[in-house]
Design a protein around this ligand. Structure first.
Ligand SMILES: NC(=O)C1=CN([C@@H]2O[C@H](COP(=O)(O)OP(=O)(O)OC[C@H]3O[C@@H](n4cnc5c(N)ncnc54)[C@H](O)[C@@H]3O)[C@@H](O)[C@H]2O)C=CC1
Ligand SMILES: O=C(O)[C@@H](O)C(=O)[C@H](O)[C@@H](O)CO
Length: 314
């Protein structure tokens, strides 16, 4: 039974996890080494909770929720008594392996060590865990973790079934939508799918076919609308009409796409020219011109919640 959680890392994701855990009634330890970073992280948590309160995602006062959060600049003190430690530090194997090695030495074998990584492999991180690698697991959230429900749970080679089961159970207690990967693959599911599309988007900008703003319009005025409540398989099963996905592939759009799929981008690293063009064009992106990051974040969170209520409200 998981009663207490510790979050290591006080950035975007660490603050998101801390917000989610405390809002669901858990006592949370919130740690990062630098006091200034921790202060900024806690301010993020307060801001996230205010958005949740404004949108009726929490009923109790923000200050009451904040009381369940204890902050630390000392790692050992922060994880004392935790049943699960959720790592949310920089996306770097060296930093993560150093941290997991320390935590593995510090903590009893039944404490779960979960990484938020966007696509690194737990098998690699487990090489630094000499005592209990079986308790290492990936719990990959989607930003913002306190609003987007998906968590991808990914085992490493040494992850035990018990660790997987306990992690899945805990994430479901946090009202997450949990997908447990059957096989470990870098980038997991969501980011591989998102970056396959993003690679093509960047390619089309590099080729001068469309601007970043028009690419985004294509997503928000069509593809993204459908994908908000139907994934690609259901989308194209319906695209096949009465014949479903089988017709789609045999005689439908999927068959027709065979004529041009060879023209899709194939690069495995973003070309410098493409990155330069896309970054340059963001300066001309009309919608964001007069808005701060905070204003855009508030706008994003409001939209996310509006869509979430339509798609996911029971
Ligand atoms: N930002 C995003 O959209 C998402 C990020 N992730 C993953 O979550 C993890 C954290 O990402 P963010 O919160 O965006 O990063 P961030 O850069 O906002 O925060 C990282 C935090 O780690 C700590 N830190 C920095 N260097 C460290 C070191 N050398 N050793 C120990 N702690 C250190 C600091 O508290 C810092 O705030 C990464 O693995 C990232 O891939 C997962 C889902 C979404
Ligand atoms: O997109 C998200 O929220 C996450 O799944 C991610 O992991 C981030 O986009 C990551 O790829 C970049 O930080």
């Amino acid at each position: 039974m998981i009663r207490r959680a510790a979050v290591v890392g006080a950035g975007v994701i660490g603050a998101g996890w801390t917000t989610l855990l405390a809002s669901k009634g858990y006592e949370v330890s919130f740690y990062t080494e630098k006091e200034e970073t921790l202060t900024k992280g806690l301010a993020k948590v307060r801001g996230y909770l205010e958005v949740m309160k404004t949108n009726s995602l929490i009923q109790e006062d923000v200050e009451n929720v904040m009381k369940r959060i204890s902050t630390f600049n000392d790692l050992e003190s922060s994880v004392k008594g935790a049943d699960i430690v959720i790592e949310a530090i920089i996306e770097d194997y060296g930093a993560k392996k150093a941290l997991f090695s320390k935590l593995d030495k510090m903590l009893h074998g039944d404490v779960i060590l979960a990484s938020s990584t966007s696509g690194l492999l737990m098998t690699e991180i487990q090489k630094a865990m000499e005592r209990h690698p079986e308790r290492g697991v990936i719990a990959h959230p989607w930003n913002p973790p306190h609003l987007l429900p998906l968590v991808e749970v990914v085992p490493g080679e040494k992850t035990s079934q018990e660790t997987l089961d306990r992690t899945k159970d805990f994430m479901e207690k946090l009202d997450r939508v949990v997908v447990v990967l059957k096989k470990e693959v870098p980038g997991f599911l969501g980011n591989r799918l998102a970056f396959a599309l993003f690679r093509e988007a960047v390619h089309l900008v590099d080729e001068g076919v469309a601007t970043v703003e028009d690419i985004d319009k294509v997503m928000t005025a069509a593809i993204g609308l459908r994908w908000a409540f139907m994934g690609p398989f259901l989308t194209y099963h319906l695209g096949g009409g009465e014949g479903g996905l089988e017709y789609f592939f045999s005689r439908g759009f999927g068959y027709g796409a065979n004529e041009w799929m060879h023209t899709l981008a194939k690069f495995d690293k973003f070309p410098y020219t493409a990155v330069k063009k896309a970054v340059e064009q963001m300066k001309e992106y009309a919608f964001i011109k007069d808005k701060s990051f905070q204003e855009l974040s508030r706008w994003r969170d409001k939209k996310l919640l509006d869509v979430y209520r339509v798609v996911w409200s029971k």
